[in-house]
Design a protein around this ligand. Sequence first.
Ligand SMILES: Cc1cc2nc3c(=O)[nH]c(=O)nc-3n(C[C@H](O)[C@H](O)[C@H](O)COP(=O)(O)OP(=O)(O)OC[C@H]3O[C@@H](n4cnc5c(N)ncnc54)[C@H](O)[C@@H]3O)c2cc1C
Length: 432
Amino acid sequence: MPASLFTPDHKLSPYWWDRVPRPALDAAALPARADVVVVGSGYTGLHAALQTARAGRHTLVLDAEDAGWGCSTRNGGQISTSVKPAFSVLARRYGPDRAREIVQEGQRSLAWFGQFVAEERIDCDFGVVGRFHAAHNAAQFTQLARAAAHQPAGLEVDVQVVPRTEQRTELGSDAYWGGVLYRQHASVDPARYHQGLLERVLTAGAQVAGRCPVTQIERDGEGFRVRSARGTVQARQVVIATNGYTGTLTPWLRRRVIPIGSYIIATEPLPAALMQQLMPNNRIVSDTRKVVFYYRASPDRRSILFGGRVSISETDPSVSGPLLHADLVGVFPELAHTRISHSWCGFVAYTFDELMHIGQHEGMHYAMGYCGSGVGMGSYLGLRLGQQVLGRAEGRTAFDNLAFPTRPLYTGKPWFLAASIRYFRWCDRQGF
Ligand SMILES: Cc1cc2nc3c(=O)[nH]c(=O)nc-3n(C[C@H](O)[C@H](O)[C@H](O)COP(=O)(O)OP(=O)(O)OC[C@H]3O[C@@H](n4cnc5c(N)ncnc54)[C@H](O)[C@@H]3O)c2cc1C
């Protein structure tokens, strides 16, 4: 692939970081004691910290890298109801009542997100722009249309079927077989949102320390001894919010999440008329492939941000960039000569049951496993996690006490990933 596919000044770091560089945090010494130590400074960790700090608990957030360095400033900024399994699947697994609660929790997380950024006045390009979910073959379109017409009673969402003949009203592409429009789905600038959240956490009195990996957590009487690169802290309570970056610090959790790289490119600025043609209604877009493409216009509507999974095993953004570009051109042939200004990746956390999980293990609180949909849900479960740490009844969720499955011989390195992706790609090509 020619090097000219990249602009001369391209960056192998998130598009979002140009506008919101990683924050320089106060390098104050760590305290000897804290009421709550939170490991991980993404949406989950910061929302938990916001709750505990505002309740007057001395809260310390530690991150191995700069604050928000993980997925929370790398993602596509698409916000949905986040629960992947269908109601029928959940009902078979947990019974209809629990299934209903789980689906409703996803719907609640989406509604709550909009309220949160409005109440906190976080300036982050949030908008209820709607999602066009496109069918990559005729059979998938039939399934989408059927699902839209037969929604489970009491769980209906605002969804409109868009046949292929009308597709260009939503998306300037003929690559799909129609799709559905979820009007309530939203978009945000993920790094501006993270920055606004971080500011509120600091204002609430929490201390946030970057470049401070936590290396060991031991029980110490009623509390914990948290060892980090910058010293040891005695904590009454501990929150683990490490999601796709969960490592050997917490082996039990590491055996339950599957880190998977997700990759994005940003295009160089497009002419306004071309953007209007390709993304006429400014929707966020995803498709029915098992190895999904997700994309959107940047908040200023100058670039397209196109994400997906391009390789069997993890790769470098300099390699994934041109591969994603080829997929982008498959959707929008007009962009064949448009260059890439940014290419980057991050690690999401999948789970064996495709659900997110919140709970306690050995006395430590955790929430993780958003399966690639953690902007709304990671924020929402972070809120609930903070309330659970405080022992508040409103922290209860539909995910509480669900078994958090692992598999024999799985210790955190997904040796089966390449085979799974090959299989999913084959399914996509066959039209399943
Ligand atoms: C490319 C990409 C696109 C995505 N697009 C979307 C999207 O459009 N919509 C959506 O809903 N979701 C999307 N996601 C997923 C979403 O970004 C995540 O689910 C969400 O940000 C998870 O937040 P988190 O706070 O749980 O974890 P993260 O933001 O990943 O934070 C975890 C943090 O833990 C820290 N950490 C790990 N171990 C330690 C340790 N031992 N000591 C200290 N710190 C530690 C890491 O440094 C990291 O900063 C995307 C993800 C990626 C990578």
